[in-house]
Design a binder for this molecule. Sequence first.
Ligand SMILES: [Zn+2]
Ligand SMILES: [Zn+2]
Length: 119
Amino acid sequence: MLRNTSLRATAIRLYALKRANGRCEGCEKPAPFDGKFGPFLEVHHLHRLGDGGPDHPGNVIALCPNCHREVHFGKKGQKYNLALTERIMRLENEQFYYTQERPAFILGPVDEDPRAPEA
Ligand SMILES: [Zn+2]
Ligand SMILES: [Zn+2]
């Protein structure tokens, strides 16, 4: 099962976690607990349009479970996702792209999140 794409996805997840440095890149609070492999944060894909594709550094963000759930299931989730996208774009010093046609709440959780949504 070790395809090229999954290796790249793993690398980009590790990159986002390293960039986050133990803090949620949304609310900036420390990770809620220590996971088996370090501070526990979930990696979310921002669905940005642009070159680089989904496994691009500017397209991922490390979030605490609360922020991650809000992006996907919150009433203002789409707005939050947009704000997070802008933040990461600034962080990565890139031009800002976002497609309103593919809001996160329609796509649902596309990240590699092992847990199914409870709602
Ligand atoms: Zn958070
Ligand atoms: Zn997500």
